[in-house]
Each structure stands twice: as C-alpha cells, then as structure tokens.
Design a binder for this molecule. Structure first.
Ligand code: NAD
Ligand code: UGA
Length: 457
C-alpha cells in the first residue's frame, strides 16, 4: 500500500521526467502518469522512451513498474489520486480572440472538467503547466461548479527544467516554487506539495508564495532568460559592424557579478517550445490590463530573435556571391539546442526555410532531430535530404551551416570534410561553436556571429 497516490495528467517533456524523479525520491508514493496519446504512453513503457534526456532512461528503468506507472485510462485514474499534477500543453492560440498571442487553455479546461466528472472525494490539483496569471481563478470556478460539494484546492508549482538538462535540473533545482491560497485548506495543500519535494530538495530552496505570484514568476523567468539572449544578439549585430568581438564583450560584461555570465551566448536566437509562447502570453496579458508600453517592451525580445535569424540567412546569401540556387549546403544541427531531439521553434527551421526559399539544396544532419526536421520542412520535400552521417552531408557541399551547438560537431575531421567540398568552401557558424582559426588554416572561409569574419575571398 502506498502512503499517497499522485497522478500526473500529460506525459510530455515535463510530465514524464518530473514524475520519474518524484517516483525515485518518494518510494512510498505511487506515481501514475496518464496521457491521451497512446503512442507516447506505449513508448514510456518501452525501452525507446518518447523523449531523449541524458539520465532519463536509467531513472525510468529503476522505478517503472515499482511506484511509477504510465497509462492511458485517464478517467479511471482520477478518483484514486490524492494529488493531481496537470502538465498538459498550453500552446499559443491559433484562432479567435487572442490568436497568435494568448495561451490556448482548451487542454487545461478539458482536463479540469475530466477531474471534476471523475472525482468523488477532495483533491489537490497542481498547475504544472505554464499558465497565464490568474488561471487558477478560472480553473477554480470550473472545479467548484460541482453539485457533489467536493473541495478542490489549486496549487501552482511551475516547472523550471530546461530540455537537455532536465534530470540535473530536477535533481538539483535552483528553486522549487509553490504557490497556494492563504486559507487553511490552501496552506494544508501547500504543505502536501512541499512534503513531496522535501524528499530531496533542501528546504531553503523550496520557495512558497501566493498562487498569482507563482503563476506570474514562471512567465517572467522565461521572459528574462529570453531577454538576455536577445540583448546579446542585438549587440552581436553591432559587433559585426564595428569589428568588436561578441565573445569578448559577453565575457567582459558577464564578469560583473551583478550581471553574471550565463545566457549571454550569441547565436541564432532562442528556440524551444516555451520562450516565444510565454512572451507572447505575457504581452497579451499586459495588453489586457491596458499596459501597452509593457507589452511593446517585451515584444522587442521576439523581434530581435526573428531579426537575428533573418540577418544570418542574408549573410550566407551575400557571402556566397548573392546566389545559392541549386547549391548544396550542409546543415549541422536541427534541434533547438544540444542534447535534445526537440525541434519546436528551432532557429534551424527559419534558417533552413530562408535558404530553401532561395532554392538551395540542403543536406541536414542532426544526431537526434532528423524526424522533426522532416516534419518541420515537409512543404519543401525534394529540396533537402536527411543525413545520419555528417561527412556525407558535407560531401560536395558549398557551405556548412552550424545551427545547433552539439558538442560532437567540434571534434569532426574538418580537414577531411574540406577535401570533399566544393571550393571556395564556407562555414557559417551560427553558434560560435567551432575552432575558427583552425578552420581558416584548413582553407575555409569562416563567418560567425558577432565576430570579425575569417574570409579567404
Ligand atoms: P508536451 O506537449 O510535450 O506534453 C503535453 C502532453 O499532454 C501531451 O502528451 C498531450 O497528449 C497531453 N494531453 C493534452 N491534453 C490531455 C488530456 N486531456 N488528458 C491527458 N493528456 C493530455 O508539453 P510539455 O513540453 O511537457 O509542456 C507542458 C507544459 O509545461 C506547458 O505548459 C509548458 O509551457 C510547460 N513547460 C515546458 C517545459 C519544457 O521544457 N518543455 C519546461 C517548463 C514548463
Ligand atoms: C527554458 C528555460 O531555460 C527553462 O528554465 C524553462 O523551464 C523552459 O524554457 C520552459 O519553460 O520550457 P529550454 O527552452 O529547454 O528551457 O532551453 P534553454 O537552455 O533555456 O535554451 C533556450 C534557447 O535559447 C535555445 O535555443 C538555446 O540555444 C538558446 N540560448 C540559450 C542561446 O542562444 N544563448 C544562451 O546564452 C542561452
């Protein structure tokens, strides 16, 4: 018999890893993860997990079948649960009021109604998804609209993990944020959720707050991170005009302990499923409260992100003698960052589209994200190939574009690659990842972000 039953609705990038780590540290709790996506659940129950995260396989195989279970019978699992984490997706709305900006809360609302329909006793419902501030009030109204007089307590516990380092982030988080109402039942629910994390997170890192602060903090944390990326990328454009070097500038600026060195890596801009959608959501909320100056301020973070990708494509075309029609270009990396197979909002998508629109022929190589690339570029079928081997991707290419910061790209044999390429051979390093001087010595013309080019032309 388990001491408590935890249910998580949504077995995605957040639900799966988060619950695996909870199950591992809380052997006396039963943790069930449910999803309507049968294929995903089947893979969670196999040796071929639906997401790639370093360290995840080991944890899942240690606890799956003991106190961690993946299932598809969502309705049936609800009533047995004491605490329900909801980590369903909250994408940007694509239709109707707020289209292109507001969060689409339909999956959350469906889930809330499912919880209501299938419950016969009180429960704690935990917002794990990223939600607009004050969502708990709306969800509360749905859950309270029951004739059964069941009490549901809503707690906000946003997730701060980053993909590629999810397990490390969950095992040793900077903080765990839990927001609850000031009422006795709110504080009792808060304690229940704190008790879960206390199994492995030091108490001083468990931060409690109001529900509204917790909901808003998640959006703001992502907005601040994205803002740093856009700030450094905006300066990279200025570096290219002035022969300053963005790596040197970032180092000098980041050594100020008030600023700090993290998230100052210039590149192709941020991708991933959340930064863009969360900033759009923040601007939408600000607008709704009549704060248009606030909304405009944050919109610029997104504007610079798109600008950085457009700028990079323009540089490639210009350097390659203003035409790339029919030229083979090898794309190294398609995932939105290293160590993940996720391509959602990957900068590589816009860069590839820009090149494909100019009628280039692409050979795309990525260690984990080729399936995503095929889907993301399906309207260009016939204009690109997917290559599991970087050497064949580069063979007979006019240029290599580094689009993801996979560490394995650093140790490739670029002298061998150079021999097989058309000349002049270009490298456009969109992540400032490689040893540029060495590449230049081999014979490449090297273009990088925010740094003087090493051009042979
Ligand atoms: P995801 O799309 O990978 O997973 C969501 C899952 O919920 C899907 O598998 C979907 O089938 C399932 N689902 C939807 N409706 C359902 C229902 N009614 N019943 C059962 N299952 C249902 O999304 P994700 O990346 O895990 O993100 C989930 C939330 O967490 C989002 O709000 C996101 O903003 C937030 N978040 C994501 C990350 C990240 O790194 N991906 C990090 C922090 C926070
Ligand atoms: C981000 C946040 O880091 C997490 O805290 C948050 O929980 C998550 O979003 C979310 O809410 O989904 P993630 O998107 O997985 O995590 O990855 P990051 O490491 O933040 O990188 C985001 C993007 O910014 C990547 O494309 C990365 O290449 C880019 N980036 C990051 C830079 O271009 N420069 C940097 O210095 C840092």
């Amino acid at each position: 018999m388990f001491k408590k039953n935890i249910l998580c609705i949504g077995a995605g990038y957040v639900g799966g890893p988060t619950m695996a780590v909870i199950a591992r540290h809380c052997p006396e709790y039963q943790v069930v993860v449910v999803d309507i996506n049968h294929d995903r659940i089947m893979r969670w129950n196999s040796d071929n997990l639906p997401i790639f995260e370093p360290g995840l396989d080991e944890i899942v195989s240690a606890v799956r079948g003991k106190n961690l279970f993946f299932r598809t019978d969502v309705d049936e699992q609800i009533d047995g649960a004491d605490i329900i984490f909801v980590s369903v997706n909250t994408p940007t709305k694509t239709f109707g009021l707020g289209a292109g900006k507001a969060a689409d809360l339909q999956f959350w609302e469906i889930t809330a109604r499912q919880i209501l329909k299938n419950s016969s006793k009180p429960k704690i419902v935990v917002e794990k998804s990223t939600l607009p501030v004050r969502t708990a009030a709306a969800i509360g109204r749905i859950l309270d609209s029951n004739e059964k007089k069941i009490h549901f307590e809503i707690v906000s516990n946003p997730e701060f993990l980053a993909e590629g380092s999810a397990i490390r982030d969950l095992e040793t988080p900077d903080r765990v944020l839990i927001g609850a109402r000031e009422t006795d039942s709110g504080q009792a629910a808060l304690k229940e959720v704190v008790d879960i994390y206390k199994h492995w997170v030091p108490e001083e890192k468990i931060l409690t707050s109001s529900v509204w602060s917790s909901e808003l903090s998640k959006l703001v944390a992502n907005a601040f991170l994205a803002q740093r990326v856009s700030s450094i990328n905006s300066i990279s454009a200025l570096c290219e005009k002035t022969n300053a070097d963005i790596e040197e500038v970032a180092k000098a600026v980041g050594m100020d302990s008030r600023i700090g060195p993290k998230f100052l890596k210039a590149g192709l801009g941020f991708g991933g499923s959340c930064f863009k959608k969360d900033i759009l959501n923040l601007t939408y909320i600000a607008e709704n409260y009549g704060l248009s100056e606030v909304a405009r301020y944050w919109e610029q973070v997104l504007e610079i992100n798109s600008y950085q990708q457009r700028r990079f494509v323009d540089i490639i075309i210009k350097q390659m003698f203003n035409t790339i029609v029919g030229k083979k270009i090898a794309i190294f990396g398609f995932a939105f960052k290293a160590d993940t197979g996720d391509t959602r909002e990957s900068p590589a998508i816009n860069v590839c589209r820009g090149l494909l629109d100019e009628k280039a022929q692409l050979a795309i190589h990525d260690p984990k994200a080729l399936d995503g690339a095929a889907k993301d570029l399906e309207e260009y079928a016939g204009q690109f190939t997917l290559e599991s081997d970087p050497y064949s991707a580069a063979s007979k290419a006019h240029a290599i574009v580094i689009a993801t910061d996979w560490s394995q790209f650093v140790s490739l044999d670029y002298a061998r690659i150079f021999e097989t390429m058309e000349k002049p051979a270009f490298i456009f390093d969109g992540r400032n990842l490689l040893d540029h001087r060495k590449l230049y010595q081999i014979g490449f013309s090297v273009h990088r972000i925010g740094r003087p080019p090493l051009s042979r032309l």
